[in-house]
Write a protein that binds this ligand. Structure first.
Ligand SMILES: [Zn+2]
Length: 327
């Protein structure tokens, strides 16, 4: 079953290793995502995020550019296996040549510093999706959780959402053709995107809050709103966002992944769900290992009663539909 995945953090891991003096390779490595593992897992497309950890990045834009440079160097080295794609047409052309596709995204809207010129520059470098926030406040918006009043736990951030600049950047993203990604955004921010966005938007790597009560996950109302707009939600394999008790101690089992997929379909319909692994941003997933084990999920979904057509939509069809419309 062909795989289209909306999110991994492999670039940030490889760049960190490179800065430590190691030689790095996207083709062959011990990360969860490598080109070799992607081939074994029947990957058609992987979205690679330039992930910026804001507290440590002096300049988030520079950090994004450094990861994009690493991406480009790896694409050149591996052009016999994979190509960077910027449009739906390029995805089709690349597959016609028997190659895999790589799409660039940014995880941390602070990378554009609230400046549309920087946003357009990232677009010209190939970035086609961007989360408005990661887990910290930035120029655009507030993130999904607040630790302020609850030092012992995370609670959804319901009071603060988009800032003035966030609304401006969303409008520009839609105008130039960059997909608005609400994963990591606050609940209030989600509803403000719903209010301001005119095109489908996505939650690239977020699960269902009714199944796992973590603020990174989507409420049923959000799932319905995303579906109504024609967007997608990508299944995240992180244990903390899968466990029904929200403890993250069950380490991401296939059973729980299937439960989220089935709930997302039940609430949002079968056109809503995609894959957003979060590989290399999460700890290991014992049932599947790295991205070469992804077909175990297809088998599990089949066992749990999904039809072949539904599994195809989850694995690639729904995300491709959004790419066809927006890219
Ligand atoms: Zn993330």
């Amino acid at each position: 079953m062909r795989v289209v995945d909306m999110h991994c953090d492999t670039l940030s891991v490889l760049l960190r290793r490179e800065r430590e003096g190691q030689e790095v390779s996207l083709r062959q490595n011990d990360c969860m995502v490598s080109l070799e593992k992607m081939r074994r897992g029947d990957y058609g497309l992987q979205t690679f995020a330039a992930f910026i950890y804001a507290p440590e990045a002096e300049n988030p834009l520079e950090e994004a550019l450094s990861q994009i440079d690493l991406f480009e160097r790896q694409m050149e080295e591996n052009e016999d296996w994979i190509r960077p794609v910027r449009s739906y047409r390029e995805i089709e052309e690349t597959w016609d040549q028997g190659l895999m596709c790589a799409l660039l995204s940014v995880e941390e809207g602070g990378a554009c510093k609230g400046n549309p010129a920087f946003l357009r520059t990232l677009y010209r470098l190939g970035v086609r999706m961007m989360t408005l926030t990661w887990n910290f406040e930035n120029e655009l918006a507030y993130p999904n959780q607040s630790r302020r009043e609850h030092p012992h736990g995370v609670v959804p951030e319901e009071a603060r959402g988009l800032k003035e600049k966030g609304i401006e950047i969303i409008e520009e993203m839609e105008r130039i053709g960059m997909i608005v990604d609400v994963s990591h955004l606050s609940d209030k921010g989600f509803w403000e995107v719903y209010e301001h966005a005119k095109k489908p938007f996505i939650a690239s790597h977020s699960n269902a809050r009714s199944v796992c009560p973590h603020p990174r996950n989507l409420t049923d109302e959000m799932i319905r709103a995303l579906a109504e707009r024609g967007g997608v939600a990508g299944l995240n394999y992180c244990a903390a966002f899968l466990d029904s008790d929200g403890t993250g101690t069950h380490a991401g089992r296939l059973e729980e992944m299937s439960a989220h997929v089935r709930h997302l379909i039940k609430v949002g319909g079968e056109d809503l769900v995609g894959l957003g692994s979060d590989y290399d941003g999460i700890s290991k997933t014992p049932d599947m290992g790295g991205c070469d084990g992804i077909q175990k999920l297809a088998a599990r979904l089949h066992k749990d009663g999904l039809t072949a057509g539904q599994i195809e939509k989850v694995f690639y069809g729904n995300v491709l539909r959004v790419f066809r419309e927006l890219l």
